[in-house]
Ligand binder design. Sequence first.
Ligand code: SF4
Length: 363
Amino acid sequence: MNTEDARTGARPFLDVRDLHVHFGTEDGLVKSVDGVSFSLERGQTLGIVGESGSGKSVTSLSLLGLHKRADRKGKGGARITGEILLDGEDLVSAEPARVQELRGNKMAMIFQDPLSALHPYFTVGSQLTEAYRVHNKVSKSAARKRAIEMLDRVGIPQPNSRVDDYPHQFSGGMRQRAMIAMSLMCDPQLLIADEPTTALDVTVQAQILDLMRDLQKEFGSALIIITHDLGVVAELADDIMVMYGGKAVEYGPAKAVFSSPEHPYAWGLLGSMPRLDRPVLDRLVPIPGNPPSLINVPSGCSFHPRCGFTELCGRYSAIGQDVCSTTVPELEPTAGEPGHLVRCHLPVEVRRQTFDEQIRTHL
Ligand code: SF4
């Protein structure tokens, strides 16, 4: 999100507008992503946060063109509409060959599970060099030199010899470092990390997040971190987008979203996050219920079956007591920091008072 761009009219480096990703299935239409818009500049980090099935990973795979597209009848894959403008080039309407050319070169992904993403039959070095040589006309020895440099940069000890190891000879943390090295081989301008630390233990998680922060500064790429864990993006992200049921329900500068969250789902995510500054005996507050079905998305605000504030909301609404279950709220600016948007019918002063009186003390 860049307010400067809003003033000057200049296009952000990544500009996603009204993105819809739907899948036709025998059970009905799965609306995985349903009208999502966001933007990102080089050198900036966006955290996309939500539970499983919120649409965050489908969004990231769409950016990289990794969904099989539906046929003309809308069957057999993803129906994608909207715009994904990368440096002004629309990836939704681009030919698959063009998106493939950009993938791994101008944009790259760090996957959640490096053991699945790295091929077990090939050495780490050969997988790094292959990715590099697909996009660069260089000799094998030059590519190997680059692979050793990158393994060294991400903190793999003795990279000259470890480059010839197989993935199973690396620890979990080293495999994730190797994945990061692979994603950086071609110096991409957009890097997407999907749950980059989920499979790692806590101390290694912290090391990997530190490494990503350092590398982003060094390489100046735009970084998107997809996670279910707000803690992962707390210190890394410039902006946060909270997704629920395929839509953004809160979006804005990370500081504003963390210090003054305005959506009841964001309150729930923060309340269920373990924190070191909280007394050990304080209980985490889970969000009741389950994420919505993306085939039969609840009417009105899709969070209403799990929200504890529907009655309060109805009391203040001109639409009526059932406003939460009948009317889809728009993503609208809050009265706070510029660029902070929220999708909730609660009037802003009621939201703030509720947060201050009922929620803040439990965070
Ligand atoms: Fe809760 Fe209603 Fe706001 Fe949705 S619109 S988050 S149901 S108060």
